[in-house]
Write a protein that binds this ligand. Sequence first.
Ligand code: ADP
Ligand code: ADP
Ligand code: MG
Length: 539
Amino acid sequence: GCGICINKCPFEAIKIIGLPEELNTELMHQYGLNGFRIYRLPVPKKGAVTGILGPNGIGKTTSIKLLSGEETPNFGNYDNPPNREEVLSRLSGTELGDYLTKVYAGKVKTALKPQYVDKLPLVSKGVVKDLLSKVAERMTVDEAADLLELNEVINRPLDKLSGGELQRVAIAASIMKEADTYFFDEPSSYLDIYQRIKVARIIQDLSETKQVIVIEHDLAILDFLADSAYLVYGSEGAYGVFAQPRQVRTAINTYLDGYMREENIRFRDTQIRFESHPPRDSQMTAKLLEYGALECDYKEFKLTVDPGSIMIGESVGVVGPNAIGKTTFVKMLAGVQKPTLGELDSQVKVSYKPQYIAPDFDGTVRELFMTANSEFFESGFFESEIAHPLSLKRLYEKNVKTLSGGELQRVAIALCLSREAEIYLIDEPSAYLDSNQRMEAAKTIRRVMEKRGRSAMIIDHDIYFLDMVSDTMMVFEGKPGSEGRATGPYDMRDGMNKFLAKVDVTFRRDNDTDRPRINKPGSRLDREQKERGEYYYST
Ligand code: ADP
Ligand code: ADP
Ligand code: MG
């Protein structure tokens, strides 16, 4: 096998598979004996946003370290690494060589928004304002705070910020710096869709005069944000290859297709497809639960819920901005939070995956599943419908406390699905997952609900994820942090229209893949669709 597919390669007819010989001359960097190897590197382009798209653990972050000068390419000579002069002479005459020459000469300054914003409070003490004033070069602290809506937290210590707030502080800190090349490593994590689109626009503005590289797993956002993109393929933890850059639409379509024609490389055995029409009303006839008007009043924040009901076998997507009461609603359903007005049927059995997951189990992944529900864990259903699509087998003997963010998320989703329940409440399952894992997780959740006749509510901000996971949609709106109102579940067309009208974006369909694509704001399609009130299903 080539190490790309975990199973026996079904594409033996295809030439490549196995690392092609000719790539050996393009080995850029290797972390020690048998360590991770990276082949080729992306090159930033002036006046454009260059995207990087690929699975976890395949060298995306490493490529940024090499391009920023934080690490120096060793071309595989990890024992006796070349110095910078030798690196430049070896790369001379290439675009990459030209670029690194300027970086090493200090003529290209770089700014980086790191991937793990959760670590920010560990490296930087003090309040938001202190951090930002140290980097106030291109704009003032006030300007940056306005741009990224940080005024409310400007005097708060970093360790008192939510994930979304930390993300916006980190983005602010990097765009405030005076640099030539800006790197954004996963800027959408923890952000709601309003913030994702806003940040995408800010990064685009920046790129008008600068070079920008973005790593991003939310495909709707990457598509909207980037001009071109590099696909990265390879084997997690072993090696990664940067394919040639493609126009962003082609890059994403190729990614969904699973096959790179030019390179003759297949990296997935199935195509990922989208439905251009809303799902038909299915056979869901029996109600699982019904609730009247509800309220939860925390004094500072109040959530109002319109009456609604959930059918047996239904997967409800839950959308809305951050701090609008989504988790509060799910907690009320789970019986963790009592409504201050109205009543909920507490007879319904729930299984809950919280938004913030922490590895507090002492033992291996296998032991964790055995403790939760050994019979289900040992069933063929678990094996084929959950463990296989979520690639869990390689994790069974690992200690839960050593799992990476993406590994822990997949385990947490599977664990939630393993418990016997009538409704599965899954809060932000796409966090930490790469695009492929997101789509696998979405399909897994939906199939398990259909096949086992169970119901689910899934809170998420990734439109492709929501499109794949949801039968219906519940919409939260209001004033984040002070009042929220929940309505629905609606059918997909009505739910998307209600939600996207607030976000003020419309989607069209890609001709080749039927995937949704954000329309350029103010374009003819955007205006026409808004007039017709068709924000999502425009055909
Ligand atoms: P991605 O950003 O695509 O998720 P990374 O570039 O962070 O992936 O990591 C790719 C691989 O390189 C991983 O297997 C990681 O463990 C390994 N790696 C990263 N940094 C180092 C290092 N300093 N020493 C050894 N291995 C490393
Ligand atoms: P979402 O899931 O939509 O991001 P949440 O339901 O977590 O929103 O929170 C909504 C608002 O309620 C936030 O402003 C949050 O700070 C506040 N909040 C959440 N839980 C509590 C609580 N137990 N006591 C007081 N305020 C809370
Ligand atoms: Mg990374």
